[in-house]
Design a protein around this ligand. Structure first.
Ligand code: SF4
Length: 481
C-alpha cells in the first residue's frame, strides 16, 4: 500500500487533525512514514494565523515539486486552514498539487488520497504518455473540497493505535471537543478558516477519553479555538453549570484519568461555575492559559475583545483564590494598529502586576481578510520590535521568578518520556505545566510521582525523583537512578 507523510504547521488543533487523518489512512492499510523521501503521498496540514505560515507552506510545496520529478506518481496535497482560506486559488499558486481539503473535510482526506493516487496511475497508463517516457508528468485535475459540512466537528475522534513496543510511552493526549469560533476578534483569521462554533456531544467526548485511559493515557488536554465556551449554542446550562463545566465534571469521574487541561480559552468564558471548578475538581490542573492580548481598554475594544483590563485583573485574582498557586500564562499582541505609548505601557504594567508564569508575545502583523489589516495607524516594524523586546524582558523575569520559587520544593509530575533535547534523560510536567528534566529508567514513563526540584534554568526545572507513596515500581527505579 502507498506510504504517506504528513507535515503539520501551526497549533495543537492542527496536530490533532493530522492524527485523525493519519489514523484514517492507516486503518485503510496505508503506511505512515517519517520522511518525505519515503512517501508516495505528502500532505501539508497548513496554518493561516500569520501570513508567514502560509508562505512557508506554499514554499514547501514548491520544493516538493522537485521530488515529483524523481517520483512522477507522487501525490501532493494541502489540507487545513490555508487550504480552507485559499481554496481553488491554490491551484494557481501551486499548479502541481493534487488535493486541497478544507477544515471541515478531514474525514474525507483518505478517500481523496485514494482517488488522487488512482488518477495519477490512470494518467500514466495513457498510451500517449507512455510513448513520451517516464520524464513526462501528466497533469491531473486537482480535487478541491472546502465546503462546510454539518457535523464535521464529530469526526475528529480517533487516535493512532499505540505501538506495542512503546506501551506506556504515551501518557497524554489531546481531545478535540469543538470547532470554530464566533468571536471575530479583529486581528484573527480563525472564524473564516474554522467556521462557526460547533461542539461535540459530551457523551462522545467522554467515550473517547475512556478509550484513551484504557490505553494508558493519564492526562487529556481538551482542544477548541474557544474551548471554555464549548457547547454554548447546542447544549443547555444545567444547575448553573455551563456545558464546558458539565463536560469537565463528566471527565473528572473517569477512573484512571488523573489530569485534565484545556486550551485555548477566552476570558469571557470564565464565569463563576468554571472559576469555582478549580476549587473543587482536583483533576483539573492548576494552569490556565488566559490570552490577554492587550492591557489597554481602548485597544481591547478595537480588537473586539469584550473585557477590560480591570475585569481581566479580577478574573486572575478570582482564579488565584479558587486554586492558590495556579499558573497563569498568556498571549499579548504588541503594535496593534493605533497602539500608543500609553496603550503599550498599560499592557506592560498589567503584565508586570500579574506576573505571568509565561507568555507568548506577538508583534502585530497585518493579516489579509481581517478588519485590523484595514485599520489606519499601522505601526512601524521598529516600534513593534522595540515593544516586543521590552515586554519579553518583563514576562521572562516573572517566568524565571516562578521557576526559581519551585527550587527546593517537591512537585508532582507526569513523566511523558525522554526529554526532547536530551533523550538520555526524562521529561515530565508539573501540575502547573512546567517542564521538569530528571534522570531515570523507562519504568517512569507514564507514571505520576513527586520530584524534588533541585535547580531551574530560564525555562526548565531539574529534579530528582522522590520516593513516592510506597509505589514499588517507582521506588525500584528511584533506587536505580
Ligand atoms: S477568540 Fe480566539 S479564535 Fe476566536 S476570533 Fe478571537 S483570537 Fe480568533
Amino acid at each position: 500500500m502507498p506510504s504517506v507523510y504528513i507535515k503539520t504547521y501551526g497549533c495543537q488543533m492542527n496536530e490533532r487533525d493530522s492524527e485523525q487523518v493519519a489514523r484514517d489512512l492507516q486503518s485503510r492499510g496505508h503506511q505512515l512514514v517519517g520522511s518525505e523521501r519515503e512517501a508516495d503521498v505528502i500532505l501539508l496540514n497548513t496554518c493561516s494565523v500569520r501570513e508567514m505560515a502560509e508562505r512557508k507552506a506554499i514554499g514547501k510545496m514548491g520544493m516538493l515539486r522537485k521530488l515529483r520529478r524523481e517520483k512522477p506518481k507522487l501525490v501532493l496535497g494541502f489540507m487545513g486552514c490555508m487550504a480552507q482560506r485559499l481554496g481553488d486559488s491554490l491551484k494557481e499558486k501551486s499548479p502541481h498539487i493534487d488535493l486541497v481539503v478544507g477544515t471541515q473535510k478531514f474525514h474525507r482526506v483518505a478517500d481523496y488520497v485514494e482517488e488522487a493516487l488512482q488518477k495519477r496511475e490512470q494518467a500514466f497508463a495513457r498510451e500517449d504518455i507512455q510513448e513520451l517516457g517516464e520524464a513526462v508528468i501528466p497533469p491531473i485535475v486537482p480535487i478541491v473540497d472546502t465546503a462546510p459540512e454539518i457535523g464535521s466537528q464529530n469526526t475528529i475522534r480517533d487516535h493512532l493505535p499505540q505501538d506495542g513496543n512503546r506501551v506506556k510511552m504515551e501518557a497524554t493526549s489531546f481531545i478535540s471537543i469543538m470547532q470554530g469560533c464566533n468571536m471575530h476578534c479583529t486581528f484573527c483569521i480563525v472564524p473564516s478558516t474554522r467556521g462557526e462554533e460547533r461542539g461535540r456531544p459530551i457523551s462522545e467526548i467522554v467515550a473517547e477519553a475512556r478509550t484513551l485511559v484504557e490505553r494508558g493515557i493519564r492526562e487529556v488536554t481538551l482542544l477548541g479555538q474557544i474551548v471554555n465556551l464549548y457547547g454554548r449554542h447546542e447544549f443547555p446550562t444545567i444547575g448553573g453549570k455551563s456545558p464546558f463545566v458539565q463536560l469537565i465534571e463528566a471527565l473528572h469521574d473517569i477512573d484512571g484519568l488523573n489530569r485534565i487541561r484545556f486550551t485555548s480559552p477566552h476570558p469571557m468564558g470564565f464565569r463563576k461555575d468554571l472559576v469555582n471548578s478549580f476549587a473543587r475538581l482536583p483533576k483539573l490542573m492548576e494552569h490556565v492559559h488566559l490570552p490577554l492580548q492587550s492591557g489597554s481598554d481602548r485597544i481591547l475594544k478595537a480588537m473586539h475583545r469584550p473585557y477590560t483590563a480591570d475585569s481581566y485583573r479580577k478574573l486572575v485574582a478570582d482564579l488565584r483564590v479558587s486554586r492558590p498557586g495556579i499558573a497563569i500564562t498568556t498571549d499579548i499582541i504588541v503594535g496593534f494598529p493605533g497602539e500608543s505609548e500609553e496603550d503599550y505601557k498599560a499592557s506592560r504594567d498589567l503584565a508586570e502586576e500579574i506576573g505571568f508564569d509565561g507568555a507568548f508575545i506577538f508583534r502585530y502583523s497585518q493579516r489579509g481578510d481581517t478588519p485590523a489589516a484595514e485599520m489606519k495607524n499601522q505601526l512601524s516594524e521598529v516600534v513593534k520590535e522595540a515593544r516586543n523586546q521590552d515586554l519579553l524582558s518583563v514576562v521572562n523575569a516573572s517566568a524565571s521568578r516562578h521557576l526559581d520559587a519551585c527550587v527546593g520544593t517537591r512537585q508532582e509530575i507526569l513523566c511523558e518520556g525522554p526529554s526532547r533535547n536530551d533523550p538520555s534523560r526524562l521529561a515530565g510536567r508539573t501540575r502547573t505545566n512546567k517542564i521538569v528534566i530528571f534522570e531515570g529508567g523507562s519504568r517512569f514513563h507514564g507514571e505520576i510521582f513527586d520530584v524534588a526540584i533541585t535547580s531551574a534554568s530560564a525555562s526548565t526545572l531539574y529534579g530528582d525523583p522522590a520516593i513516592h507513596n510506597g509505589d514499588p515500581a517507582i521506588n525500584e527505579v528511584s533506587n536505580e537512578s
